[in-house]
Structure formats: structure tokens, C-alpha cells
Design a protein around this ligand. Structure first.
Ligand code: MTE
Length: 344
């Protein structure tokens, strides 16, 4: 999510929408790329072409056009509280414009490379500071909790956005079932680690330099907020792999990188857990990551965003970004004591 342009204070910030998808790449990975280019004897070429073209040299995608992963229809209610005025982003955009670095760093890589992802069997463990550790299997994910559809805005830190009809259940309902001990202050999440299935976990370049497994975290208060959601489906069916099958977090007032995919572990803790993007570039990606149009990314403005449903990443049209992604009424109270410039 960083690009290959060095961050230089005082130089005009680039707009994220000026960046090619493959430019949003951590600097460490860009350096690796240059080394590989050199090793292949492409030194002169490698030095002169932009990072996104170099990334193209290592495009592991197979450009598949059809989805072969089987999704299943789900039963759910549609509470009125979560129907929003914005129109939904078309399904084929939600499922073909993804960030899931375990399957590659370009937006189409997850679709191209995840179709054979095997989610059966699946185990999600909830443990740590709980009265009753729980282990859920694949069936439990769609049967144990009453499912509902929620239409949420999703705002990526790269300044693009979508409106997604998720299906799932509140994170709080799961945590309540496990019984959170009074000493717990934070919740840690972990994605599956399976390099045989997730090529980005084997190949540092393809995986964007992240140290896997991908990990994320919330404060306990954030996790218990009614908006924090565990999605098991979208557009009425179980999740496709590129969107985080079989279960992923959705925290709509935070930048998308908090919404960790394909979760296998949820642990209650008494300290702030490490988070993947913060580990990789702490000056750019904080623990809180609340959507905030007033606090820019060091290299681009966060004041507005491209709506992926409306013209795509590079269209001229953009929409203003809302504080807490428009969910301030529900969550602003969580941060009353916090300096949001310092705790970005
Ligand atoms: N979870 C894992 N495990 N790996 C990832 O690379 N990318 C994050 C988040 N969850 C990511 C992840 C980012 S940066 C975003 S913006 C959202 O997933 C994108 O979700 P989507 O592809 O369903 O739109």
C-alpha cells in the first residue's frame, strides 16, 4: 500500500488515484524487485522502468476470466438499520478488485490466484482471556449465529471505496458466547498460514513483503461495538476466496486493511497486539487506522476517494471522504480521549 516513490517531506503529496495498482508497494519489496531484476541481468532495464512495470515482470496471475470456486446461497435477515442510501458496488467489481496479498499484490491477483483455495475443512479458534474457548468449523460459521445482511461502505487506505452487501453476524455475539474475562483489553486476529495454498506467503516479492501470517487487532471496546462484523458472505452467497472466505472481519469505520480475511484465530489479550501493516511501515499505518479525511497518508491526501462502482479507480469523479467513513454517530465516542493525529 506504499509506493516506490520515496517519502519526501515538503514535496506535494501524490493522490492515491494517480498511482497504478502495482505502485502501491512497500519500499522494501521494491528494493527486492530491483535486486531480482539485477540478478536476472536486466539491470539497465530494471533501473529505468517504473516500479509498476517491474511488478508486471513478476505478474504471477493467470488472468482467469471465470470463477471456479463454488459459493452457496445463504439464509439471512435484512435489518433496516443497515440499508444505506448509496448504491451497491456491482458484484463483479467487489470480487475482482481486491487486496489479499497472500495471493499477490495487484488488484486482480486474488481473483486469478485464489480460485482453488480450499476452505473445507476450516477451523476458527477463539481463545486467550475467555471463560470458554470455542472452536468453530466451516458449518458453524453459517449455522451457529443468525445471519444478517449489512450494507457497509468500505474505504481502503489507498483512497478507493466500495459499498458491499455483507452477510454475517456481529463480532460481539461471538465474543459474548466465549465470555470475555475482565482482564481482556484487546482482540487479536490471524489469517490462515498455508504457503502451499497462498503463494504470497512463500514468495516475499509476491506477498508484498509482509511477514505472514497476516495479523490484525482491535481494542475490546471497538470489537464489542455493534458495527464490528464477521462476514461469511456477500451478495447473498458465501464469500469467494478473494474476499476472505470463509470468514473475514469488517470494521466499516476503519481503513480496509483492518478488515482481515480468512481468519483462523481470534485471541483475547491484555495488551495491544501487533498488526501486519503497522509492522511493515509504522509511520504510514497505525494501529487505529480510523478513516479520517483530515489526516493525510504521508504520501497522499485522504480527503476524497474514488468510488470503484462509479467509473473505477482512474475516473475523474471522486467523492469526499467522511469522518469515520460516515459512522461517526456510532463510533466517535470511542475516541473522545484520543488525539487522532497521533493515534492514526
Ligand atoms: N487480509 C489479509 N489476510 N490479507 C490482505 O492482504 N488486505 C486488506 C484487507 N484484509 C488483506 C486483508 C486490505 S488492504 C483491504 S483494503 C481489504 O482487505 C480489501 O478487501 P476486499 O478485497 O474484499 O475489498
Amino acid at each position: 500500500m506504499t509506493n516506490n516513490t520515496r517519502f519526501t517531506k515538503g514535496i506535494k503529496r501524490q493522490s492515491a488515484w494517480d498511482l497504478a495498482d502495482n505502485q502501491v508497494t512497500p519500499e522494501s519489496v521494491f528494493k527486492d524487485r530491483r535486486n531480482i531484476v539485477k540478478a536476472l541481468g536486466l539491470g539497465a532495464l530494471g533501473a529505468s522502468i517504473p516500479g509498476y512495470v517491474q511488478a508486471g515482470l513478476f505478474d504471477f496471475g493467470s488472468n482467469k476470466s471465470t470463477s471456479t470456486f463454488a459459493t452457496k446461497p445463504l439464509q439471512f435477515t435484512q435489518p433496516k438499520a443497515f440499508v444505506i442510501p448509496e448504491s451497491l458496488t456491482p458484484e463483479n467489481k467487489i470480487t475482482r478488485h481486491n487486496n489479499f496479498y497472500e495471493f499477490g499484490t495487484s488488484k486482480q491477483d486474488p481473483f486469478d490466484n485464489a480460485q482453488a483455495f480450499n476452505v473445507n475443512p476450516w477451523t476458527l479458534q477463539i481463545d486467550g482471556l475467555v471463560d470458554k474457548p470455542i472452536t468453530l468449523d466451516l458449518d458453524d460459521l453459517t449455522k451457529r449465529f443468525a445471519l444478517e445482511e449489512r450494507r457497509y461502505r468500505l474505504r481502503c487506505v489507498e483512497a478507493w471505496s466500495m459499498v458491499v452487501p455483507w452477510v454475517g453476524f456481529s463480532l460481539a455475539s461471538l465474543l459474548k458466547e466465549a465470555g470475555v474475562k475482565s482482564s481482556a483489553t484487546h482482540v487479536a486476529f490471524e489469517t490462515l498460514f498455508d504457503p502451499e495454498q497462498m503463494p504470497g506467503q512463500k514468495n516475499r516479492l509476491m506477498g508484498g513483503g509482509i511477514h505472514y501470517p497476516y495479523v490484525e487487532g482491535l481494542t475490546l471496546e471497538e470489537a464489542m461495538n455493534p458495527l464490528a462484523f464477521l462476514a461469511v458472505g456477500l451478495y447473498g452467497k458465501t464469500l469467494p476466496p478473494q474476499n476472505g472466505a470463509p470468514i473475514r472481519l469488517v470494521v466499516p469505520w476503519k481503513y480496509g486493511f483492518k478488515s482481515i480475511k480468512s481468519i483462523v484465530k481470534i485471541r483475547l489479550m491484555d495488551k495491544q497486539p501487533p498488526t501486519s501493516w503497522n509492522q511493515l511501515a509504522s509511520h504510514e499505518y497505525g494501529f487505529y487506522a480510523n478513516v479520517n479525511p483530515e489526516v493525510d497518508h504521508p504520501r497522499w491526501s485522504q480527503a476524497s476517494e474514488r468510488s470503484i462502482g462509479e467509473g473505477g479507480l482512474f475516473s475523474a469523479k471522486r467523492i469526499p471522504t467522511q469522518m469515520f467513513n460516515g459512522y461517526g454517530d456510532e463510533v466517535a465516542g470511542l475516541y473522545k480521549q484520543l488525539d487522532l493525529r497521533k493515534y492514526y
